[in-house]
Design a protein around this ligand. Structure first.
Ligand code: ATP
Length: 660
């Protein structure tokens, strides 16, 4: 497996590698600035970001608009209450009319009840559709992440993806439930309220409206600063999630190497950074809130003094002043709440950006099979794309009936994140595995064996040349069909939180219990599986951690063979087996390999002996192809690799296993 790749990833900027020194850094986790994290190149305005939510909101727009209308209605009812008060003070109270006062009280009660009822109705209207929007968005994100190429997952920290699918989506649901509605409701309420104030007494109204301009300037300054802090905080939540997730998954390494202190330190540093950002957000919000509270209060005080003087001079009725002040007080909350509504909207805009950064990542083109078929003319066997004859029998079309089995034609590959001056990992690979043949792939550590095998099921796409299955270019095959034809088992056997049977059966579409039995038998897994508490129905837990390494490897092998694939790609699948079990698995594998076309990465001679022929990968090229014994005789590098004496051969653990 690509151990070296993992080291490369950990050594990227901001991702400290395991440090064997006296003060080791964290075993895992993003570093100070998480510089390896993809970031948006430019910050779009909050409104433009939030508008991207429309496709998800569209299906529930009727309910959302109705809810907003109901909220506006409720808020406007709140503005009618001061008018009833004016009538009550200037009418029944001034006339000392108890009947009128009771009537006025009744009106006020009814209006209050209507306001409360309408706000309740709004909550009821939005609850279900917003849960639906959140679920749909989460579903889209999950499906998209599943379809993104392996190169994407190599680049992105898992915690960043987790936080986008959880906390960011919760922020978005909150935004749709409150700020979106209340920004509309409050703006309408403030507008209607201002008209009422100006109509009641325009001079007092103007005094109250004076703080509007400074408030607008303040809000725009705040918005710009808060947006940056909001984005930083959400990214930092992603970093914290990554550290927690990796620490839990790597708990054996953390404990085994006594790294819990350094791991805890890394966690503390990240949480301290997050805390600092949250405090900055709080300070910004507090400053804005102080201004938003103080300025209108000052204006209200001035209007009160001016109004009292006018009542004393007999220019204004007491009822009008009461109504005016009640209206102004009713507008206080809509004005004051603008601060946190803006803050929540900015949090939501940052969450939207983060969400779409993942969703905008191009998936491996689903239609590339069709496009390749349309664009590439099918030429006869033995011609290249330019029409010239290639070495061997290589066709450039999407189908090449002349080449059956699995064939690599001038395949080149370079990792997308590799330094530009680094040579490609694979260069001009020409290899033909005939139908029914088993080819062992041997090479030093880091020579590109895993990379080459990953190209067949298209976990990565070759950057040059072509790979054909029975003459058909793999890029011309729909991915589902390709993966049905090719089964893989990697050195790192990943099992899911599911039963043994489910884990194995996911290797073959439509495979049943007979196939399961056969596959378990082939992988020599039937014995230990039957001994599990519920047999094949035993839950094997997260990553199958309740099983031994060898048991997991055998289940991964069973998964590879359960669908009776025509092509089998095995990346050193026997590495964790003891010698006795390995011999049993090999014996069973021989039967499977006899009927499939297989490419098997092999480190030890016993695995090589399963193969009909061996290909030696060296310097990114196929250096030699032949039988095991032929290569042992004729190729010094191969002989050194097999005897475990080669530099970095990666076979040290199997020293002494030489077969001659
Ligand atoms: N995701 C990646 N990004 C960049 N480089 C990578 C990546 N994965 C692997 N590499 C590099 O590609 C080269 C080949 O790696 P690969 O895992 O294919 O070697 P290998 O022959 O399978 O090694 P081993 O025998 O140790 O499993 C190495 O130099 C490795 O560092």
């Amino acid at each position: 497996m690509a151990d070296t790749a993992k080291v490369t990833r950990q050594q990227q900027p901001g991702r400290p590698a395991t440090d064997p020194g006296p003060d080791p850094g964290p075993v895992v986790g993003p570093g100070p600035d998480s510089a390896d994290r993809p970031r948006p190149s430019d910050r779009r305005s909050a409104v433009r970001s939030l508008l991207r939510l429309w496709p998800f909101v569209r299906p529930v727009r009727a309910r959302l608009f109705t809810a907003a209308f109901v909220a506006v209605l409720a808020s406007c009812i709140g503005l009618v209450i001061p008018l009833v008060l004016k009538w009550l003070v200037d009418g029944p109270i001034a006339d000392r009319d108890p009947g009128g006062a009771w009537l006025g009280g009744g009106y006020l009660l009814l209006l209050g009840l209507a306001e409360a009822g309408l706000f309740g109705l709004r909550r009821w209207l939005v609850a279900r559709p917003l849960a639906h929007v959140e679920a749909t968005m989460r579903d889209s994100l999950y499906r998209h992440v599943q379809r993104l190429p392996v190169a994407f997952h190599d680049r992105w920290a898992s915690g960043q993806l987790l936080s986008r699918g959880t906390t960011d989506l919760q922020l978005l649901r909150l935004f749709l439930a409150f700020p979106l509605t209340f920004l509309i409701v409050n703006a309408t309420t403030i507008l209607v309220g201002c008209v009422i104030l100006l109509v009641q007494r325009w001079s007092l109204g103007l005094v109250l409206l004076a703080p509007i301009v400074p408030l607008i300037v303040l809000c725009s300054v705040f918005e710009a600063k808060y947006a940056v802090a909001a984005r930083r905080a959400q990214d930092q939540v992603g970093d914290v999630t990554t550290v927690v997730e990796e620490s839990v998954l790597g708990i054996r390494i953390v404990k085994g190497f006594g790294r819990h202190r350094s791991q805890a330190r890394a966690f503390r540093e990240l949480t301290a950074r997050l805390r600092a950002t949250e405090l900055r957000k709080a300070r910004l919000l507090a400053a804005l809130w102080a201004c938003i509270m103080a300025l209108p209060e000052l204006a209200l005080g001035a209007a009160l003094v001016l109004g009292t003087v006018q009542v004393a001079d007999g220019d204004l009725s007491a009822g009008t002043l009461v109504a005016f002040l009640s209206t102004a007080l009713a507008l206080m909350w809509p004005v004051e709440s603008i601060g946190f509504l803006l803050a929540m909207s900015n949090d939501a805009a940052a969450a939207t950006d983060r969400y779409f950064e993942v969703l905008d990542e191009p998936v491996a083109d689903r239609d590339d099979a069709r496009k390749a078929a349309e664009q590439t003319p099918v030429t006869g066997p033995g011609t290249t794309r330019s029409g010239t004859t290639a070495p061997g029998t290589i066709s450039s079309g999407t189908t090449d009936p002349g080449t059956t089995g699995l064939a690599f034609h001038g395949v080149t590959f370079r990792y997308p994140d590799a330094p530009t001056d680094a040579p490609p990992v694979l260069r001009g690979i020409d290899l033909h595995i005939r139908p029914g043949e088993t080819m062992a792939l041997v090479g030093a550590t880091g020579s590109g064996k895993t990379t080459l095998t990953a190209l067949v099921p298209r976990l990565h796409d070759a950057t040059g040349g072509r790979i054909t299955l029975d003459g058909t270019d793999i890029t011309a095959l729909p991915r589902a069909e390709l993966r049905a034809r090719v089964a893989v088992a990697f050195e790192e056997p990943t099992l899911f939180s599911a039963t043994v049977a489910e884990n194995v059966l996911m290797g073959g579409e439509g495979a049943g219990s007979d196939d399961l039995r056969r596959a378990l038998r082939v992988a020599q897994a039937d014995g230990f599986v039957d001994a599990l508490p519920d047999g094949p129905d035993t839950e094997v837990g997260e990553q199958g951690l309740s099983l031994s390494g060898g048991q997991r490897q055998r289940l991964a092998l069973a998964r590879a063979v359960v669908g009776r694939p025509r092509f089998l790609v095995l990346d050193d699948p026997l590495s964790a087996l003891d010698v006795h079990t390995e011999a049993l698995v090999e014996a069973a594998l021989r039967q499977v390999l006899a009927t499939t076309t297989a490419l098997v990465v092999a480190h030890r001679p016993s695995t090589v002996l399963l193969a009909d022929r061996v290909a030696l990968l060296s310097g990114g090229r196929i250096a030699a192809v032949g039988s095991h014994h032929q290569l042992l005789r004729e190729n010094a590098e191969y002989a050194a690799l097999m005897s475990g004496t080669a530099d970095g051969a990666g076979t040290a653990r199997h020293e002494g296993e030489s077969v001659r």
